[in-house]
Design a binder for this molecule. Sequence first.
Ligand SMILES: *Cc1c(COP(=O)(O)O)cnc(C)c1O
Length: 247
Amino acid sequence: MSAVEDTAARAEQLRERLGAVRGRVGAAARAAGRDPGELTLVVVTKHFPSRDVRELVGLGVTDVGENRDQEAAAKAADVAAQLGPAAPRWHFVGQLQTNKARSVARYAAAVHSVDRARLAGALDRAAQDAQRRLDVFLQVDLAPALGQDADPGRGGAVAADVPALAEAVAGADALRLAGLMAVAPRDVDPARAFAVLHELSLALRRDHPSATGLSAGMSGDLEQAVAAGATHLRVGSAVLGPRPAPR
Ligand SMILES: *Cc1c(COP(=O)(O)O)cnc(C)c1O
């Protein structure tokens, strides 16, 4: 295939897969009696090139997610140079080292993976310096609440630490407490996992009524997440295909 045919075939593939995911989201919303307009689809583009991001923007995608700063910073710069004001919002969804806060605050609109006060403090200072505001989701590790061992590979605060963390973020000038985020632990029914997350979200909202965001649901479990009240779906492979091996 020529490069031009390659590009056209990829564009067609993304269009079809994105359409299928939008169909799933719409059906899940209807089944749950929810308005699809209150759901944000964050397409996770990690390991895929910036030209895929540009294709997706052309298909109406407004929010994209990344999980590694180095890759995300380069891609965000690339896309901004090509699309200018049409560039999408960038959501940082991966585990984040404090020393990367400065970089992330330059391009991200939201960070979904804040799981410790030190990281919140670093993001606040970085966002202030960049004269930007960051939406922050507190990542919760649901495993202990489901009777499993904590999963340090995926990050997340234990539920008991959420109230103090929420206070830290709510009190930070350049951060806005958006809500909670979680990944369903392996080997657990995602519906059960997201039901726990929903309870935690209700508890958070008693003290922070505007923190109504719930970032949950990926390619394999977005239906269960929508049923449990998710507002932000982080979907990667169902749109982009199997991820190329990380380099
Ligand atoms: C990669 C990733 C996703 C997307 O996962 P898929 O199963 O490919 O949809 C969602 N959330 C986080 C935190 C991720 O790292």
